[in-house]
Design a protein around this ligand. Sequence first.
Ligand SMILES: C[S@@+](CC[C@H](N)C(=O)[O-])C[C@H]1O[C@@H](n2cnc3c(N)ncnc32)[C@H](O)[C@@H]1O
Length: 186
Amino acid sequence: MLAPGARVLVPGCGAGYEVLQLAASGLRAVGVDYAPAAVELTRARLAQAGLVAEVAQADLLDWTPAAPFDAIWDQACLCALHPDLWVAYARRLATWLRPAGTLILLAVQVEREGRLEGRIEGPPYHCDVNAVRALFPGELWQWPRPPYPRHAHPAGFAELQVVLARRADQSSSSRSPSTDSTVTPP
Ligand SMILES: C[S@@+](CC[C@H](N)C(=O)[O-])C[C@H]1O[C@@H](n2cnc3c(N)ncnc32)[C@H](O)[C@@H]1O
């Protein structure tokens, strides 16, 4: 559960649905997208709804926030990036979040035939949970136990909802992932 007034980043905010939802819930939302049309649309929707949130136009791979966030809601942003960029992006996400902050990740599940031959197809790129685990390892992130909620997306694929907590004590590399307790979703 996110505390009222918590600062929450929506990377790749697109049409702004999550930014509006967060702003309407009393959270301080910040949307970032490199597409001018996405930024304009999000700002227009906020104005129309009488809601306030910060919306910035920037490339997430070359952007630094003014201060760390309490939470990050990655709704299909990781899957929009080519997998060659995932390690750099995941490292940036970790630096944008305060210790013990929450990462809400909606990992797109879109398993195409080409993967059987090793093809990388997208966007959206399939975010296999094993890859997500490697990007956000257990010694740095507290993982809830599976199964994770699976949501249908209007575009026809599914999204796996994983809510991680950035470990406050990141020196705890000996901690076994199997002993992790469940993180309460927001
Ligand atoms: C699949 S959309 C997700 C939009 C929204 N979160 C949703 O679920 O409807 C991905 C968004 O990420 C943005 N994006 C992709 N790469 C980006 C980058 N490097 N920097 C900033 N935004 C990026 C795209 O412009 C797009 O709006």
